[in-house]
Write a protein that binds this ligand. Structure first.
Ligand SMILES: Cc1cc2nc3c(=O)[nH]c(=O)nc-3n(C[C@H](O)[C@H](O)[C@H](O)COP(=O)(O)OP(=O)(O)OC[C@H]3O[C@@H](n4cnc5c(N)ncnc54)[C@H](O)[C@@H]3O)c2cc1C
Length: 233
């Protein structure tokens, strides 16, 4: 699994602070932005967070590249509607001899791992065979036969199949995403990716992402009886 912070809104602290200040200031937007130093912007951001005034945080976008994640995990990302995403398509990319994700609990169990690897190799064989048959099927239109073959053979590919994603979220959505997906109740693979995303943005923009993560890091768990009982630090 590889997570990269590909790009982000330049000087995100300043545009967040500027967006908030426009609510209360007679100045125009450009003057407000020019008048902001890094230090002033950071102080203002802390105030906004303390007041839970969150809309200005929508002004700052962060774009991540995520490689080597499973299809199962990518489905969790696609549930986050306040994001923009593009994912490797199995309708266009030939997945013969695909890479795949193996969860640690399976890696650590010899019997489970043997079955896992066997089923993956069977899936791969079935994919090869179906793809070859469809590519040779003269009843399919020659001009898009290859695409038809790929998009139909893909049905036998497993949830474990590797995929790649480019994901954009604004800071406000990231706060929400980290609350849900850095929680121990999230799928482990999803949590590891969310933790890495949080580490990357916190390293560059510690003031914006101060206090972000699973709710338990701030002392409360909304999960009730479903809680894991192991608050994160
Ligand atoms: C531990 C865990 C277990 C889960 N289990 C399941 C499961 O078993 N089955 C399942 O289907 N899903 C499951 N999910 C996914 C979950 O239901 C959400 O789809 C996912 O977490 C995205 O959350 P969201 O809708 O709050 O976020 P986003 O889509 O990122 O939206 C962010 C926020 O915007 C607002 N918003 C967005 N769209 C609308 C809208 N149309 N109307 C009103 N407000 C909106 C809401 O305030 C929302 O919280 C699980 C998630 C977690 C973290």
């Amino acid at each position: 699994m590889g997570v990269t912070l590909l790009t982000h809104t330049p000087e995100p602290e300043k545009i967040i602070a500027c967006a908030a200040k426009i609510c209360y200031s007679p100045s125009n937007a450009e003057d407000l932005l020019e008048g902001l130093t890094d230090e002033k912007a950071k102080i203002f951001i802390r105030k906004l967070k303390a007041m839970s005034h969150e809309t200005p945080f929508e002004m700052a976008d962060f774009v991540f590249g995520i490689d080597g994640m499973s299809k199962a995990c990518s489905q969790h990302f696609s549930r986050h509607r306040i994001s923009s995403q593009n994912q490797k398509s199995q309708r266009y990319v030939d997945e013969r001899d695909f890479d795949f994700y193996t969860p640690d609990v399976i890696k650590n169990n010899k019997d489970a791992l043997e079955i896992y690897n066997y089923v993956i190799s069977q899936n791969n064989n079935a994919y090869h065979l179906i793809l070859t048959s469809l590519r040779a099927d003269e009843s399919l239109p020659i001009e898009n036969r290859d695409k038809i073959a790929l998009e139909n053979a893909r049905y036998v590919l497993p949830n474990a199949c590797d995929t790649s994603l480019i994901l954009k979220m604004n800071a406000r959505e990231l706060f929400h995403f980290f609350k849900l997906r850095c929680c121990n109740r999230a799928l482990t693979e999803t949590r590891l990716i969310a933790d890495e995303m949080l580490r990357l943005v916190s390293e560059k923009f510690p003031v914006i992402f101060e206090g972000s993560g699973a709710p338990c890091i701030n002392g409360s768990c909304p999960e009730g009886k479903m809680g894991c009982g192991h608050p994160r630090k």
